[in-house]
Write a protein that binds this ligand. Structure first.
Ligand code: CA
Length: 335
């Protein structure tokens, strides 16, 4: 039985399901009935999968509940392309994987989305609960796979992902070129694997927090409508390492943190940095584009709704030791 593009429904427990004719959810679609829909005429069918699972649903939940979830080489969900799909949005209520190596590269275990064509897929590892990932699928016929690659068994790691096949006419469809798409008018953005708690293994010199991933990607924010002319970016308050992309961050009793401070444009084009188009530092006359160092300015405004993270695929050779990444806040900038 094929139900073409069924309406989505709110399932019990806060999940999203597909509204299907009664008695078809489990038998025809390997789903779980979680409530009624369509004035009681339909059943709200939720698709929950683990390793080896397949789904054609608009929304599928993919978790590490299976016993082989952390067995090499991978635990994969295969998605048949749903009608009129332009993008995948992978929400990560829980994504706790093995930490990257000392160079910030994901080696032991990582999340990867394939089948969408285009650029080399991102490899996401470490602590990423609360993050999300957007993958453009325009021009790809599918199937798509969402995989946790395990090069060796990693007991103790876990994930619970909500994978949406975003329709081409959805108001939440990200513009092309976005790897993340923040929908709220204001919010908080952390780099992948940004965490204030100490990681295991610890950073090379034991500083608190987890390691900056060596992945380059673009963060986008939904445009705020008329009256909004770009964004203002500020560092998260109360976090000493809210922006650490360059330098050696071990506290020296003679040199107070941060050592490298704010650096822009010509100082770090080849090491890890952020590209904030026409980013104007509060109090300065001329905008910059490249931001690195270990201190984010008090505020940076930009006419753009995107920031690009550029990583140079290693940390140790640059003496970029114990860098954590960034935790920034954004607000709409009024015209
Ligand atoms: Ca680097």
């Amino acid at each position: 039985m094929i139900v073409v593009n069924p309406k989505s429904c709110n399932a019990t427990g806060g999940q999203t399901g597909a509204c299907l004719p009664i008695f078809t959810c489990a038998t025809k679609f390997a789903g779980t009935v979680k409530g009624k829909c369509s004035l009681g005429l339909g059943e709200c069918c939720v698709f929950e999968r683990s390793c080896g699972g397949e789904s054609a649903g608009r929304v599928t939940y993919f978790s590490s509940s299976a016993s082989d979830a952390t067995t090499a080489p991978a635990c994969s969900l295969t998605l048949t392309k749903a009608t009129n799909t332009c993008q995948l949005r992978v929400e990560m209520p829980t994504l706790e994987l093995a930490e990257p190596n000392a160079e910030g590269l994901c080696e032991q275990q990582y999340l990867e989305v394939t089948g969408a064509g285009g650029a080399e897929p991102l490899k996401i590892c470490g602590k990423n609960s609360g993050q999300h990932l957007v993958v453009d699928t325009r021009g790809a016929a599918g199937p798509f796979t969402v995989s946790v690659i395990n090069s060796q068994a990693n007991p103790g790691t876990s994930w619970n992902l909500e994978v949406e096949q975003v329709a081409c006419d959805s108001p939440n469809l990200a513009p092309t070129g976005c790897d993340q798409y923040y929908l709220e008018a204001s919010g908080s953005v952390k780099s992948f694997n940004y965490d204030t708690a100490a990681a295991t293994p610890t950073q090379p010199d034991g500083n608190p927090g987890s390691r900056h991933l060596q992945e380059s990607y673009t963060i986008c924010v939904k445009e705020g409508g008329s009256g909004s002319c770009g964004l203002e970016w500020t560092p998260a308050a109360g976090e000493d390492y809210a922006f650490t992309l360059t330098g050696y961050l071990i506290p020296d009793p003679l040199i107070p943190l941060p050592i490298f401070r704010t650096a822009t444009d010509g100082l770090c084009p080849f090491t890890d940095h952020l590209v904030i188009p026409e980013g104007l530092v509060r109090g300065e006359a001329n905008p910059s584009t490249v931001f690195c160092g270990s201190l984010f300015p008090e505020a940076v405004t930009s006419p753009s709704y995107r920031v690009t993270v550029v990583a140079n695929n290693g940390e140790v050779a640059d003496n970029d030791i114990d860098n954590r990444g960034f935790h920034l806040l954004y607000n709409q900038r009024s015209c």
